[in-house]
Design a binder for this molecule. Structure first.
Ligand code: 0CJ
Ligand code: F3S
Length: 325
């Protein structure tokens, strides 16, 4: 740009960032359930992995539990965006709970793929992070057929029943590049490895990684807003560093910015994970403004327009409660 020197401070704001269609749907599901049924509404696990979202819904009367035995019989419980295993659905039925399933449709798609591959008696190698709720839910669809692969280093120890009948699937929120490295290793070991019928890493994860790469190339520092247990947010820090950012930090909100991070920094990149309300990003931009950085330039690498309908069980109750026209 004319007149610009290398010491001119800039803020590059990645787009897309923040809420994806599945998170938007899950958060609205809890809000509408609170409006419709009144508090308390129980939610199994964090509806999405964001402290601020969970806290805000708690203030409105949502009660987050780890397991269904903490939910009183016949109460209403929402399942989180990350999905649940069939065993959890069965347990809910046993306890006569009213369930609303806010599982992201793109996670449900992976569950269907797992069921299909298991039905065809394939060994399924699920690339993902141990202990993550999405991995627990997907694995629960076919526990006898699925093995978890956390990364390329896991591949050597894998044993399957028949190397000609192996498929891979993945968590929706992984690093695209790292997953492809794992798949390459898997294919070296199992040349007949079958791919998922379509990408398991979802559009939102892919778009946010492409956008952060774009800003990271130019940035001395990339700030990623997102909670520590948010897989897709944590991946953005890794992708930013991999793409050339000199430093990158994840924060829950602007209060966590350490002023020393800004020492000697000219270009700051800012982005956020798929579970992060944009108000938290605005807080970061405001703070950067106070520290002498100019207003942000948005760097857009994709447009997003996907919207998911609310869970059918909630839509039915909303329709029934609507005043007759
Ligand atoms: O697994 C999902 C359906 C993604 C939900 C949105 O992000 P977040 O932060 O709640 O979850 P991850 O830890 O999976 O990124
Ligand atoms: Fe769904 Fe991807 Fe968001 S799986 S909840 S659209 S991060």
């Amino acid at each position: 740009m004319k007149g610009m020197t290398s010491t001119e401070r800039r803020v590059l704001l990645a787009a897309p960032r923040g809420y994806c269609a599945g998170v938007d749907r899950a958060v609205i599901t809890v809000e509408k359930a609170l409006d419709l049924y009144g508090p308390p509404v129980y939610v199994r696990k964090q509806i999405v992995h964001n402290k601020h979202v969970v806290h805000t819904l708690e203030e409105r009367g949502a009660i987050f539990v780890d397991e269904l035995d903490e939910v009183p019989e016949e109460a209403t419980v929402v399942f989180s965006a990350h999905g649940v295993s069939p065993a959890v659905h069965a347990q809910a039925q046993e306890r006569s709970l009213k369930t609303i399933d806010a599982t992201c449709p793109l996670v449900t798609k992976v569950h269907h793929e797992a069921k299909r591959f298991a039905h065809d008696e394939l060994d399924i190698l699920l690339i993902g992070h141990a202990g993550h709720e999405e991995v627990e839910g997907t694995s629960g669809e076919a526990p006898d057929h699925i093995q978890l692969v956390e990364g390329p280093d896991d591949v050597d120890r894998l044993e399957v029943r028949d190397p000609s009948k192996v498929a891979w699937l993945s968590q929706t929120t992984l690093s695209v590049d790292e997953t492809m490295q794992t798949v390459e290793r898997l294919r070296q070991k199992f040349p007949l490895l079958l791919d998922p019928p379509s990408d398991d890493i979802c559009y939102a994860t892919q778009n946010r990684q492409l956008a952060v790469k774009e800003i990271a190339r130019e940035a001395d520092l990339v700030i990623v807003v997102g909670s520590a247990n948010s897989s897709n947010s944590v991946r953005l820090v890794e992708v930013a560093l991999e793409a050339g950012a000199r430093a990158s930090y994840r924060i829950d909100n602007a209060d966590e910015i350490d002023d020393s991070w800004l020492d000697g920094v000219t270009v700051v990149g800012v982005t956020s994970g798929a579970s992060v309300p944009d108000a938290l990003v605005q807080g970061v931009l405001d703070l950067l403004g106070e520290r002498g950085f100019p207003s942000a330039e948005e760097v857009r690498t994709a447009d997003e327009s996907l919207i998911f309908a609310l869970p059918p069980e909630l839509r039915k109750d909303l329709r029934a409660a609507a005043p007759p026209r």
